[in-house]
Design a protein around this ligand. Structure first.
Ligand code: AMP
Length: 293
């Protein structure tokens, strides 16, 4: 999965990126985090970026493009990544397109978290107060004054990216004012609709299941409807299979009684067979229902 999270400061990009990292085992690339690390380590880039960041302005394009280009060459990128805070300008987006093309990487989606600006100030104030209460260090640019500047630079420099990606049919917008949980659900729904993840993986809390060979199951491209249909069948399948392998539970009983000739106390093999039948039936049912609509 290769994803860009777009949205003003405080929209929840970092929170959602973390959730995706945990769920899918991919890497979060936050240029803000990388720059803060460079500032802390006092590297040449850090020294250049320090004052710019503290003022709420944007670091020059060539610096962040260079950072991202180097990072995309690292082996852990193969699993997939979420870009959080990059690109932030049209030249950065164009440079990213070039980089991805050169590296033969395809972007799955750009998800915009749309939020109400006046609510952002409240969010930042709450976040700062909570961090202070926990005795944590507060970011130097997390003040209402600097946030206003960061918001202004989002509006003038980053918002044009919404048009940029929508023209390229990559953009999906999520209402970032919903609860964290609802936003996560919506992002997962989009990811499965664009075929970036399997519908089942998008729903479950566990990371992507491994095949027998130890390789992750590849995400099959799926349209919105196909994704939903497959998802319903997969849900039933998952329940029945799980129960069949346990040889116990309500789903097994359901699977066993649904299978023709089912009887109490059947063996795990028989239960598995019945489960497979239930899966096929469920898939057919869902497809029929959809066709009727
Ligand atoms: P963030 O943590 O994403 O809010 O970024 C914090 C600060 O780092 C921003 O206010 C910018 O000064 C700088 N920064 C992060 N990402 C970029 C980027 N893609 N382009 C320019 N400046 C950036």
């Amino acid at each position: 999965m290769r994803l860009i999270l777009l949205g003003p400061p405080g929209a929840g990009k970092g929170t959602q990126a973390q959730r995706l990292v945990q769920k899918y085992g991919i890497v979060q690339l936050s240029t803000g985090e990388m720059l803060r690390a460079a500032v802390a380590a006092e590297t040449p880039i850090g020294l250049q970026a320090k004052d710019i960041m503290a003022s709420g302005a944007l670091v020059p394009d060539e610096i962040v493009i260079g950072i991202i280009s180097d990072r995309l060459d690292q082996p852990d990128m193969k699993k997939g990544f979420i870009l959080d805070g990059f690109p932030r300008t049209v030249p950065q987006a164009a440079a990213l397109d070039e980089l991805l093309k050169k590296k033969h990487i395809k972007l799955d989606a750009v998800i915009e978290l749309r939020v109400n600006e006046s609510a952002l100030l409240n969010r930042v104030e709450t976040r700062v107060a909570e961090m202070q209460a926990r005795g944590e260090e507060v970011r130097i640019d997390d003040t209402p004054e600097v946030l206003s500047k960061r918001l202004a630079s989002y509006r003038s420099m980053t918002e044009p990216l919404i048009h940029y990606y929508s023209e390229r049919r990559k953009l999906a917008t999520v209402d970032g004012m919903m609860t964290i949980e609802q936003v996560t659900r919506e992002i997962n729904r989009i990811l499965s609709a664009v075929g970036a993840v399997e519908p089942k993986a998008a729903r479950s809390a566990a990371p992507a299941r491994k095949t027998k060979a130890g390789t992750r199951k590849s995400a099959k491209p799926a349209g919105k409807k196909a994704g939903k249909t497959a998802g319903k069948a997969a849900k039933t399948a998952g329940k029945a299979k799980k129960a069949a392998s346990r040889g116990t539970g309500r789903a097994t009983r359901k699977a066993a009684s649904t299978g023709r000739g089912a009887a109490k106390g059947r063996t795990a093999g028989k239960a598995k067979k019945a489960a497979r039948k239930t899966v096929r039936k469920a898939a057919k049912k869902v497809t029929k229902k959809r066709a009727k609509r």
